[in-house]
Ligand binder design. Structure first.
Ligand SMILES: Cc1ncc(C[n+]2csc(CCOP(=O)(O)OP(=O)(O)O)c2C)c(N)n1
Length: 265
């Protein structure tokens, strides 16, 4: 009797991806799809698609979807959730979308304690528009708008959104995970599941920042992009749970440092 070891989550459509080779948006879509399935939420979930590479997210999810203008997904999510508190509402946002043009929306949504979930994909660059510097671009990282590398004396230091949001007094679940290697990906799913569970229980605002690759705009082959993330982003963007509604377990995740062989650059 053959055993099924792998199948598409019901919450995802059977379509061909438009994402570049090595991009981790697809991995994160899958994790969200699995969580929605496992919590039995598909029939009452509404995603809010952003502006950015995941603008077409509605093509991939077999849930309802609503498009938002650039950075405004938390505001749209607020409206949907307040009108229909019985629905499960998630915003899916890139770092340019959330931490630049949408900075006000995400901070105020979190501060109001809206009972929505935000999936924040931090790939340290503006992907869709061709690789401009984002608020999260690493010091020295080359982008089309900083061809000599990000100069922190001009552009400031990359913004750590999980830390920033976790300073708010309003109860929330705030975590950062990564999907550049399998063990990290398992952990990212656990964080996403917790985030959605808090919404299901009506507890609090929840956000999971997920470190992500952008081989095309980083100018690296996929495997080197994975190594670049591990060497450059992980030390600056520590993984862990930064805030919980009850203030319990704020300890970092038991995942840090490198996995596997060293990656020469
Ligand atoms: C009001 C407005 N300003 C600028 C743009 C152009 N724009 C489209 S996507 C994007 C950046 C997206 O980057 P990010 O949020 O990091 O997502 P990624 O594409 O990397 O997944 C920008 C600036 C726009 N569509 N609307």
């Amino acid at each position: 009797m053959p055993e099924t070891v792998f199948s598409r989550p019901e919450a995802l459509q059977q379509v061909t991806t438009h994402y570049c080779p090595g991009c981790t948006h697809g991995v994160i879509h899958r994790l969200v799809g699995e969580v929605v399935d496992e919590l039995g939420l598909r029939e009452r979930t509404v995603g809010i698609a952003p502006v950015g590479c995941s603008v077409l997210a509605y093509n991939y999810f077999a849930t309802d979807f609503h498009e938002a203008s650039h950075g405004r997904a938390p505001a749209v999510a607020t409206g949907v959730k307040r009108a229909r508190p019985d629905l499960i509402v998630f915003a899916y946002q890139g770092d340019g979308d959330l931490a630049s043009i949408g900075m006000a929306e995400i901070m105020h949504c979190a501060n109001r304690g809206e009972k929505v979930t935000v999936v924040f994909v931090n790939n340290a660059i503006y992907g869709m528009t061709g690789g401009q510097m984002a608020p999260t671009t690493m010091p020295g990282q080359i982008a089309t708008t900083c061809p000599l590398g990000r100069d922190v004396s001009l552009a400031g230091w990359p913004i750590r959104m999980a830390e920033l949001i976790s300073t708010l007094r309003t109860p929330a679940f705030v975590a950062r995970a990564s999907v550049h290697a399998p063990l990290y990906t398992v952990n990212a799913k656990a964080m996403l599941k917790r985030a959605f569970q808090y919404q299901v229980e009506g507890t609090c605002f929840s956000i999971v920042e997920i470190l992500s690759t952008c081989p095309t705009n980083w100018g690296l082959p996929p495997a080197e992009a994975t190594a670049w993330l591990e060497d450059n982003m992980l030390p600056y963007y520590p993984l862990g749970v930064f805030k919980t509604p009850g203030g319990e377990d704020r300890a970092p995740l038991p995942l840090g440092g490198r996995i596997g062989a060293s990656h020469a650059k």
